[in-house]
Design a protein around this ligand. Structure first.
Ligand code: C2E
Ligand code: MG
Ligand code: MG
Length: 637
């Protein structure tokens, strides 16, 4: 026994030291898991060193008092069991990382503590009874009848680990599965080698290999953390979600959507802005140890909480809201970060992870744009989501299969006493005999980036319609444009080419844009409008009077006509003040050299009022509703 070579133990010790020093690069962010793995490595190193000491002491047993050998070996036996138990704890925690089941972890911890305690008792018993090992009067080492008890403990722990794995395998990470696959062949091969060659000392190598497998599995991979806050990044969030959904677990996702964080960046600079974000993550992680924090997108954070009942879910949401009403302190700066919140509960059903991510994106857009402080993904939101998804699917199909129709609404000229022009309005059938409203599907088309396709389909159809029907009752047709068109390279030439191909004069088609368009990227829009005007195209300003109205910017363009929104038409009837405002607007536009079209005129009274005010054209159900092209051809009013 005393002829054991220490070479393998040296190699094992070196490997453990390399792992320990590699772990040091994570020192910026010392997590509980990192600490536990670090403890495993330190215990590994200590057990290897102690084993070497024991071997050296045995070699010089004649010089060393027997009691020291007993003490060193007892400590070594005990340390090995402690090491396997701490390593098993680390594996348990990693295995249950995506499973929120505190009870499972607590049970594992209790089991491991009792193993170590029982083994400690055995060590003391061994001092008297020599059940693990004993030394004869010549100082020679002998195995006791329970010498293999340490291996027994290890075996039991492994058994429990694999039972736990099979119970939760759908939520066990790929990395852990990989590690669990590697352990048995590696450990069995080394133990077999040890049994075949008694002169070899492989205990340290077994320990070091297990540590290496764990290190490679959990630390050497590409880090999935956000570099600013240290929270998990979007990928990490998605894989966490995937594991939890696969394991049919109950959990709650809370989205924290800071509002106007750009203002904080502007005020304090990006560096301090980042520190505010870091402070938020730190608070979340320290306050909710049971939660996992991710930087979802931009400055939005996603926090995954365990879910047991709605009371707990409400508590988390309330606490977060309350915290965000308080200021965050960074050095001498103090700032309240106003935020909106979105929450969603997964109760363990058969939901697909893709669907869950789609729901979360929808929840995020609602939290961002709805103006509400907290949006819970309940039945009503789900219905809205399903509707939006149906609309998006219908729009995508319609774009692909060119299913859009174009209807026309004639515009009346009181002065000439006839219909003067028509507006082209896109129509999309809903598959149930009705139509989807453009007010609903155009924003969806903008959101999914296909509104440009709609524009080209509508414009193409309008050209075809004008060409086929030279005797139309109206002289011009107007087509609506969205902001997206202005981002298209070469738009003016493309439009010119299309009209040229149909041999249609530019004066025949007018383009309607809203004030939102001219307020978004004024420089680009002005440039495109200017180029198009050079080709002979003219523009109408649509929906004047809702929200964005700004005279200064309107005055910078030479619109042919201004279309007063129906809300302005409505106020002419309500009060004298409203009447005066619209009257003033009309004469102001006239002075600026623009015509005025009143939209949404539904009654004879409204028509008379607006005509008397000087509106040049009138569009509304009172004169004509939007109609298919075939009807417009025959339309005579
Ligand atoms: P818009 O450009 O202001 O079009 C006028 C809308 O007012 C049309 O609604 C028309 O049907 C409606 N309308 C006309 N007269 C009356 C009336 O007397 N009373 C009431 N209550 N409504 C009246 P529609 O067709 O539902 O279109 C809604 C909006 O969708 C349009 O508002 C326009 O912003 C957008 N849109 C329609 N077609 C297109 C298109 O081809 N491209 C783009 N980008 N947007 C379009
Ligand atoms: Mg319009
Ligand atoms: Mg309008």
């Amino acid at each position: 026994m005393s002829n054991w070579s220490l070479l393998t133990e040296f190699a094992a010790l070196l490997l453990v030291i390399i792992l320990l020093s590699s772990l040091a690069i994570y020192k910026k962010r010392i997590t509980h898991s990192l600490k536990l793995f670090g403890t495993c490595l330190v215990l590994s190193g200590c057990s290897i060193v102690l084993n070497m000491i024991c071997v050296i002491l045995l070699k010089h047993r004649r010089l060393i008092p027997g009691g020291i050998n007993v003490l060193a070996n007892s400590l070594y036996f005990w340390l090995v069991v402690l090491l396997t138990s701490v390593t098993a704890m680390y594996i348990f925690e990693k295995m249950l990382e995506h499973v929120y089941d505190q009870y499972c972890i607590v049970r594992a911890r209790r089991m491991l503590v009792s193993f170590v305690s029982l083994y400690t008792v055995l060590i003391f018993v061994n001092l008297k009874a020599g059940v693990l090992f004993w030394f004869d009067s010549g100082g020679n080492y002998h195995r006791g009848i329970l010498n293999g008890a340490g291996y027994g403990v290890m075996l039991l722990e492994m058994m429990f680990l694999y039972i736990c794995f099979f119970r939760h395998r759908s939520s066990v990470s790929r990395e852990m599965k990989h590690a669990l696959k590697l352990f048995p062949p590696v450990v069995i091969t080394l133990v077999a080698m040890q049994l075949i060659n008694q002169g070899l000392l492989l205990n340290g190598i077994i320990v070091a290999f297990v540590d290496t497998i764990l290190f490679i599995s959990f630390f050497s991979q590409r880090r999935e953390n956000d570099s600013v806050t240290g929270a998990g990044n979007r990928n990490a969030f998605y894989s966490e979600l995937a594991y939890r959904v696969a394991g049919k677990q109950k959990f709650q996702v809370l989205l924290v959507v800071p509002r106007d964080f750009g203002a904080i960046n502007q005020r304090y600079g990006h560096q301090t802005g980042n520190e505010f974000l870091y402070a938020v993550v730190l608070w979340l992680e320290e306050t909710y140890r049971e939660a996992a924090v991710y930087r979802y997108i931009g400055v939005t954070f996603a926090v995954i909480f365990p879910y047991s009942d709605s009371a707990l879910a409400d508590r988390y949401a309330r606490e977060l809201e309350e915290r965000f009403e308080q200021p965050w302190v960074i050095g001498q700066y103090e700032e309240t970060i106003t935020a909106a919140f979105g929450s969603m509960v997964h109760t363990g059903g058969d939901q697909e992870e893709d669907q869950m991510m789609e729901l979360l994106d929808y929840l995020l857009s609602l939290a961002k744009h709805s103006g509400q402080k907290h949006i819970h993904f309940g039945r009503e939101v789900k219905e809205r989501f399903l509707r939006a998804r149906m609309v998006a699917d219908t729009v995508r199909r319609a774009v692909k299969e060119q299913l859009f129709e174009v209807w026309y609404q004639p515009v009346y000229s009181p002065e000439k006493g006839c219909y003067y022009s028509a507006e082209a309005l896109v129509r999309l059938r809903d598959g149930e005999g009705g139509f989807l409203s453009p007010d609903e599907f155009i924003p969806v088309a903008e959101g999914i980036g296909v509104v440009s396709n709609i524009f080209w389909q509508v414009l193409g159809e309008v050209c075809r319609f004008i060409k086929r029907n030279p005797d139309l009752p109206v002289g011009t047709i107007s087509v609506n444009m969205s902001m997206e068109q202005f981002e298209e390279p070469d738009l003016p030439r493309r439009i010119q080419r299309l009209l040229g191909a149909w041999d249609i004069a530019p004066q025949k088609i007018k383009f309607e844009i809203t004030e939102r368009v001219i307020s978004e990227d004024a420089v680009q829009v002005q440039k495109v409008i200017h180029e198009m005007e050079e080709f002979g195209f003219r523009f109408y300003l649509d929906d004047f009077g809702i929200g964005y109205s700004n005279f200064a910017s309107v005055a910078e363009y030479h619109f042919e006509s201004i279309k007063l929104d129906k809300s302005l038409v409505g106020i002419t009837e309500k009060a004298e003040k409203g009447y005066n405002i619209v009257c003033g607007l009309i004469s102001l536009f006239h002075e600026m050299g623009m015509e005025v079209i009143a939209e949404g005129v539904e009654t004879a009274g409204q028509s008379e009022t607006l005509t008397s005010m000087g509106a040049d054209k009138i569009q509304g159900f009172y004169y004509a509703r939007p109609m298919p092209g075939a009807e417009l051809v025959k339309f005579r009013g």
